[in-house]
Design a protein around this ligand. Sequence first.
Ligand SMILES: [Zn+2]
Length: 250
Amino acid sequence: MSLKIHALPAGVIRDFPVSAVQYQRGFGVTHDTPMIMFVITGGEFPIVVDSGTPEPEFVRKHHGYDFERAPSEHPRESLRNIGVSPADVGLVIHTHLHWDHCGNNDLFDNAHFVVQQAELHFAVDPLEPARRAFENTEEIAPTWSPMLNRFRTVSGDAAVAPGVSLISLPGHTPGSQGVLVETDTGKHLIAGDTIDTRANWEGDSRSAHIPSGSFVNLSDYMASFAKIETLDAVVVPSHDPEVLEKGVFG
Ligand SMILES: [Zn+2]
């Protein structure tokens, strides 16, 4: 068994504030921020980690971002490019349930969806400032809600397939998690938004690692950083252009 991680483009938010992804930094500075869907191949069946973004018009209307996703970046097309049929995907892991990580669950008719129990509980009735990020408002319901019968939850770390484990990393959201993948080139951690970009992980003169500008519990977040340090894994951030340029890990 030789597992590989594919990073697939799922659209770009133009001129996204750096302060949204770097705590107390980057005010007034913006950059284009890619959305990424990950696929683990080489096991019994393909495993999707985060299902990408909803339709661009929906994103612009309900989130207000200057969002672009080329037709070639529709998840169906991205999967076709690496030879994966959505019908073959047996498992979709959500690092968390923010809108840009779970927008295409309807593609995967034969999959179960795995999320931390704390995340699902929060997403059903988020605190008011978080409702839009979870697409749970008076106007819209989460796009994954019709598939709730195929959701399965875990609490804490858990192995889900040979060489693939969930690592509980709360802080960005109550039930954020990473996915640890054992590849021929070592362990890799698909980090979710706990680590948006390489700059978050590498830190600066003020702190060893930089949290996202968006979090629910900073103490939990720092403990999650400390936990990642013990994993001895290559960190794969969630919104970093360099991840898409490399494309394949393992
Ligand atoms: Zn997020």
